[in-house]
Design a protein around this ligand. Sequence first.
Ligand SMILES: Cc1ncc(COP(=O)(O)O)c(C=O)c1O
Length: 400
Amino acid sequence: MGFIADSLNRIQPSSTIAVSMKARELKEQGRDIIALSAGEPDFDTPDNIKEAAIAAIRRGETKYTAVDGIAELKQAIIKKFKRENGLDYKPSQISVGTGGKQVLFNALIATINPGDEVIVPTPYWVSYPDIVMLAGGTPIFVATTLENNFKLRPEALERAITKKTKWLIFNSPSNPSGAAYDHDELKALTDVLAEHPHVWVLSDDMYEHLVYDDFTFVTPAQAEPRLYERTLTMNGVSKAYCMTGWRIGYGGGPETLIKAMQKLQSQSTSNPSSVSQWAAVEALSGSQDFIARNNSIFKERRDLVVSMLNQAKGISCPTPEGAFYVYPSCAGALGKKAPSGQPILTDEMFVSALLESEGVAVVHGAAFGMEPHFRISYATATHVLEDACQRIQRFCANLR
Ligand SMILES: Cc1ncc(COP(=O)(O)O)c(C=O)c1O
């Protein structure tokens, strides 16, 4: 028996963070590296948000706060849920944590007993299965297909539900595929869930605002009010508000769940940063105009990347509705050899040879539970993306 807890042996370090670290290392060695591996906007936090944080520091808002969020931020979140999602919550139904990740973590750790099952559609955000396993639960993976644009089908959801199912983790727009469910697609799923009252829904709406081509976002508790009593609607300021480093995420849900999450947080991190909470009040209540401006740039980049990837030999890339990721298949490049003679048999071999020969860092699909694919984050300057896609095209053309 080693010193480290058995529960830690059930999980892996985050592969997206691992690839970004590898890219940083190679860069430090002087290599010309383009990293398309990190899930964060290249845009800076808007000035009004920064100013609100500076003002909070000057006012002395630098002490401990209520464990799961200051009243002002809870009010801003309540207004956001009403305004944008048509959902009504009381302050006792809101939980604020250190990033969306802590909110998810709290919810899963606070509810999962050994043997509980959690349905996780693939491809998934890397942390879902690991948090479930840390809690002693079993992730039940349900495959999607490229032909269905990576969207979960209602019949597949129905088949995956058992007496032991505790949660469905639902993520639209998705990291890593960028797939987002429109109202009808979501309603088909919530119709299934409505028939299984023991199944709770953890809706990760982190990329809500990052949708393109007039797509209308909808969240499960809004599409099916019968799910309101058993849904945690989770969101945060990291992505749309360009605030990844500030670490603020939040969720709205039934009081009993929120109370349990608060209890857990009170014995781990206590409150999220007081200064960041004041910045988040401004983010949610101030001008939202920059989101549309950023989105028009993201959309241009998405179209550029999709088009250039589809011109790369052996790569096939559907056009996603949202987020800032594409998730192309590299099936057509497998079975070949890189110029170094290295065989390319899996997506992991593909991305490692791509990094070695062209200096482009992307994340292999196996990390997200669906192979053979890779994830590109296009939240990077347009000319850099163009350079990266040219390198990918050259890499694929040189495979033999
Ligand atoms: C789908 C999804 N959920 C949650 C998070 C966590 O966000 P935060 O940085 O606020 O913890 C991320 C961040 O990468 C994400 O992609």
